[in-house]
Design a protein around this ligand. Sequence first.
Ligand code: AMP
Ligand code: MG
Length: 510
Amino acid sequence: MTVPVFRFDNSYARELPGFYVAWQPDRVPAPRLLYLNRSLAEELGLDAVALAGPQGASIFAGNLLPEGAEPIAQVYAGHQFGGFVAQLGDGRALVLGEVLDRQGRRRDLAFKGSGRTPFSRGGDGKAALGPMLREVLMGEAMHALGVPTTRALAVAATGEQVLREQALPGAVLTRVAASHIRVGTFEFFAARGEHERVRQLAEYTIARHDPQLRGEPGRFLALLDAVVQRQAALLAQWMNLGFIHGVMNTDNVALSGETIDYGPCAFLEAYDPQAVFSSIDHGGRYAFGRQPQIMRWNLTRFAECLLPLLAEEPQHAVELAREVLGRFEPRYRARLLQAQRARLGLRGADADVDVDADVDAQDGALADDWLALLHRQQVDFTLGWRRLADAAQGHEAPLLALFTDAQEPLAWLARWRARCAREDALGWGAGVAAEQARADAMRRVSPRIIPRHHRVEAALDAASEQGELEPFTRLLEALRRPFDDDPGLDWFAEPAPRELTACYRTFCGT
Ligand code: AMP
Ligand code: MG
């Protein structure tokens, strides 16, 4: 049997001694491979066939280290629910190393649930199967929706029980990420006044994520700007799709701009800016509608770490950082409006079409009023947008059926039609073919299938309680086709019952 080959090149371990502890995963009694992401394996240049065999189970459970892996537990700090914790770190995770994928991109391979480390504090270092499969579902859904995200490569059962409120089957997740550098990684060293280490980490981050800035005189401020830009774009996508991260602590903010750490996350069902699903978010700090301002807050913590690198004179450094942080909001708004325009069927969404400020304000108001309507009538967010595409072709009934008071949306719909007609009059064309083109374009940006609470929970329960993976696999396949109109997927598009959403709570996965 050939041993699967991973082509590791571990720059973090090599270039940043003192930023981690070398550590080994626990051995587990009975590895069993439950999930392997074959297309991702191939993207990474791995032999998916070899990995699907018994060696894959040993590798992904942590019993057999592939050659070249140098497992490390990274140290980091973080603001959790607003309070600073000076030392967190990988308490149940290990970065195995970095692999250059087929396109030459450097990607971290990391375990989650592989045992205690020096950073475990009171925890057992383990993970339960349900939350690890949840990370697969959410990450793959986000990926299929075009959102930057870490992704799951594999899940292996360990044959152990982990003790939570009850005993649950244990598992190890293998995660692929652009990197695991977080705002919290910077905070750890900044809080200790280790400015040389902050500089070293900043240089490393630039080399890895913004290599065009290497050696530039203003590179640290430019790094801040690049991170602000990535997060503004990411948050616009989250808000546009109804994604609630649930635990936006600074240790869960990746400098790569990927969504990371799928714990108590969920997608909105009925539209509600105040929606909170996390069982630990009592104050609603991370409610859906607060996410952009929380990200701005998190980025401010990042900027604070960089201050000594930005200018000699502290006040000047603060002014520079402020100016760059101030770009978050306008960038976020511009990205969101661009995405909403596309969902409204307006070609003004195209980057090469110049739209003036007046039209911007009008389209922004059109989108806001639409959301207010959805909110007032507790309309399903995903289906509301999706069925707007039917309305673009003259089929209003399916959309109106989502409203308790079907009169209320009529005035808005008339306004929307007038806006579309104005655009058509600019030479985009009209008639049946144009309507079809508009509706098709809308269906390419407004998903039909998202990870719905009831489907996710049922799939995870079946896997965790009965060892039955079929519902998980079927749901995963549906989530990979979010924009597909296939009637065979109708079941996955159905909203969860109101009663369930009203008391839906997701747990941190610890
Ligand atoms: P999270 O909320 O999953 O981002 O985790 C916050 C911190 O708690 C991280 O430092 C984790 O490594 C740590 N942690 C979470 N669960 C466990 C566990 N079961 N054992 C040890 N550490 C954990
Ligand atoms: Mg985390």
